[in-house]
Design a protein around this ligand. Structure first.
Ligand code: F6P
Length: 359
């Protein structure tokens, strides 16, 4: 049995743990494992594949990033290429990819990815490829799992950053506005904001009214609290507004979110007269070593994915439903991002702690 592994989309701490778990558990069964370089690129370009032996994956569980490399521009169904006129257009190269997969003698693909990469995995499965998906994203927005690895690490980093902002915000009597990642879901903002004692948390699931945010800051002023911490998810939207983009999708890519924190900070400054500062945490949230939780989850996912291959259960994604690991058909996963439920206990907790959610 020869298993191919791909890591596509944005990296997430814990990816190397998944790779190591797949390699070791497949090895125990006498199977071989190969890593496709840079998402799916290795099957379509000279980048190629890498034989993964137990020696090759020794000591990588705690390392951030992915030893295979990744890209969020490597969709084989929408491959960016120049046409005769020199224009960049998108081509469907999925048949070529399947031919390369078959020619390499692979029996199964374990695709580790977020919604975009799992959609590719699902479409490849529909074309006959034996695929098992593993959910990976710091955004925690994949359906079919209570947690994706990388999320816990991102929240820990954001929480520590917000903790650190308190003392400087208080000393200068400022409003600090922190933008965290998460795409169109507010998980990172909500979990880090509550844990670090933010005063305001703005998430995409609850369009915000800037007047309400300013009321909260004024109320704090009136009670002698002359500083405030506002955590904004990158996908947060003002009531009646739209998500703020840094860059529109170009061929082969995706929209890039970012910039909402400057708008929020300026509006707060103008309306309250308070001095404001911004911090965009950005890729710090994805870098470095995974937490214990993400390492263990990654290792469990990797082993469970190999088990799924052994059971010939394809077209599924492994997921975490405590205390166990479950399998969900990819068709029930893709295109259904998991948002923060409005009735969730975590949101209630925020409200009952007096945190303003902008509504
Ligand atoms: O999906 C993970 C994520 O980090 C999002 O939170 C963020 O919007 C995006 O990827 C950033 O992607 P890039 O690596 O292209 O900047």
């Amino acid at each position: 049995m020869r298993i191919a592994i791909s890591t596509g989309g944005g990296d997430a701490p814990g990816l190397n743990a998944v790779i190591r778990a797949i390699v070791l558990s497949a090895h125990q069964r006498g199977w071989q494992t190969y890593g496709i370089r840079r998402g799916y690129d290795g099957l379509l370009t000279e980048e190629g594949v890498l034989m993964l032996t137990p020696e090759r994956v020794r000591g990588i569980t705690h390392l951030g990033g992915t030893i295979l490399g990744t890209t969020n521009r490597g969709n084989p169904f929408r491959w960016p290429m120049k046409d005769a006129a020199g224009q960049v257009v998108e081509m469907d190269r999925s048949d070529e990819l399947i031919a390369a997969f078959t020619a390499s003698g692979f029996d199964a693909l374990i695709a580790i990815g977020g919604d975009g990469s799992l959609r590719i995995a699902y479409d490849l499965w529909r074309k006959g490829l034996p695929v098992v998906g593993v959910p990976k994203t710091i955004d925690n927005d994949v359906t079919g799992t209570l947690a994706s690895f990388g999320f816990d690490t991102a929240v820990s980093i954001a929480t520590e950053a917000i903790d650190r902002l308190h003392s400087t915000a208080e000393s200068h009597e400022r409003v600090m506005v922190v933008e965290v990642m998460g795409r169109y879901a507010g998980w990172i903002a909500l979990h880090s904001g509550i844990s670090a004692g933010a005063d305001v948390i703005l998430i995409p699931e609850i369009p915000f009214d800037i007047a309400k945010v300013c009321d909260k800051i004024r109320a704090r002023e009136a009670s002698g609290r002359h500083f405030s911490i506002v955590v904004v998810a990158e996908g947060a939207i003002a009531k009646g507004g739209q998500a703020v983009l840094l860059e529109r999708r170009t061929a082969g890519g995706v929209d890039r979110l970012g910039g909402i924190c400057s708008l929020v900070a300026r509006a707060i400054g103008e309306r309250t007269g308070k001095e404001t500062r911004t911090l965009v945490l950005g890729h710090l949230q994805r870098g470095g070593s995974p937490t214990t939780f993400d390492r263990l989850l990654g290792l469990r996912f990797g082993v469970a994915a190999v088990r799924s291959v052994a059971d010939k259960a394809f077209g599924v994604m492994v997921g975490f439903e405590p205390p166990t690991i479950v399998r969900t058909p990819l068709q029930d996963v893709v295109g259904r991002p998991r948002s923060v439920p409005l009735e969730s206990d975590t949101l209630r907790t925020a409200r009952e702690l007096g945190i303003n959610l902008g509504d």
